[in-house]
Design a protein around this ligand. Structure first.
Ligand SMILES: C[S@@+](CC[C@H](N)C(=O)[O-])C[C@H]1O[C@@H](n2cnc3c(N)ncnc32)[C@H](O)[C@@H]1O
Length: 240
């Protein structure tokens, strides 16, 4: 498995997930770029969002993904799980989720086999291994369910040498523990858990990105994020 330390060009001080997001939370929504994840979600042909009856949002953060799901017509029950209390507080205030839980995406404590959508956006780089994540998503999923994973693209982490990071109130750039997972690591872990890959999209640095980050001209055309859509085959009712 690739080790981020071999690619790090920034050398930022690194903190763990709960510490990092606990400090980033006040500026998180101002700095995360919708083109990274929401624009990719917009492009997916699977699932049919309005058909979702019960969804689990793993690593729900401040509720951006949940709010997007509501805008796309998901009216069913929506549960969110996150490690970081401050991120959950913002999600609670936003009100897109029906229930929010402070727990780990690899051991959520949510009910088995009842969710027809499991979605997780921009958290995979914080997990040292992907297997436990895909296994837990599989446990939560009902037959016929879809699992949507949006990832910080491994190529971009390697080419830019940039970890997931934020800038604190003193101006210090602080990294949050970042792992590099090749797309083949996702495929191995997802297939290993039982999932079937039904869609894969990659977002590249394009005009939308360059309008926000002109210094990224050198990365024009490089993949920066990826969305993987998996299905749990099996006898099912209507599938989204
Ligand atoms: C970049 S934010 C993404 C939040 C949201 N999905 C979004 O798209 O804005 C990453 C979130 O994952 C959470 N996280 C990271 N590792 C986690 C884990 N093992 N279990 C639960 N939450 C985790 C962090 O607390 C943080 O809120």
């Amino acid at each position: 498995m690739a080790d981020f330390a071999d690619f790090d060009t920034r050398g930022y001080r690194t903190v763990d997930v709960a510490t990092g997001y606990g400090r980033w939370v006040s500026t998180y929504e101002d700095t995360v770029e919708d083109v990274m994840d929401l624009a990719l979600l917009d492009e997916l042909t699977v699932p049919g969002w309005p058909g979702v009856r019960r969804a689990a949002d793993l690593g729900c953060g401040t509720g951006r993904t949940g709010a997007w799901l509501r805008r796309r017509g998901v009216e069913g029950a929506l549960d969110g799980v996150d490690l970081t209390p401050g991120m959950l507080e913002v999600a609670r205030a936003k009100g897109s989720h029906d229930r929010l839980f402070q727990s780990d995406v690899r051991a959520t404590g949510l009910a088995s086999g009842v969710y027809d959508l499991v979605i997780s956006s921009l958290i995979d780089e914080h997990l040292p291994e992907l297997g436990p994540f895909y296994d837990e998503a599989w446990r939560l999923a009902a037959p016929g369910a879809v699992c949507v994973v949006v990832a910080f693209h491994p190529h971009f982490i390697m080419a830019s040498g940039m970890p997931t990071h934020f800038t604190d109130e003193t101006g210090e750039h602080i990294a949050i523990t970042t792992h590099v997972h090749l797309l083949s690591d996702h495929v191995s872990a997802g297939l290993g858990a039982g999932w079937r890959l039904v869609e894969l999209r990659e977002g590249v640095v394009d005009e939308r990105w360059l309008a926000r980050k002109p210094k990224w001209e050198k990365f024009r055309g490089h993949p920066v994020s990826a969305a993987l859509v998996w299905r749990k085959d099996g006898a099912a009712g209507p599938t989204p």
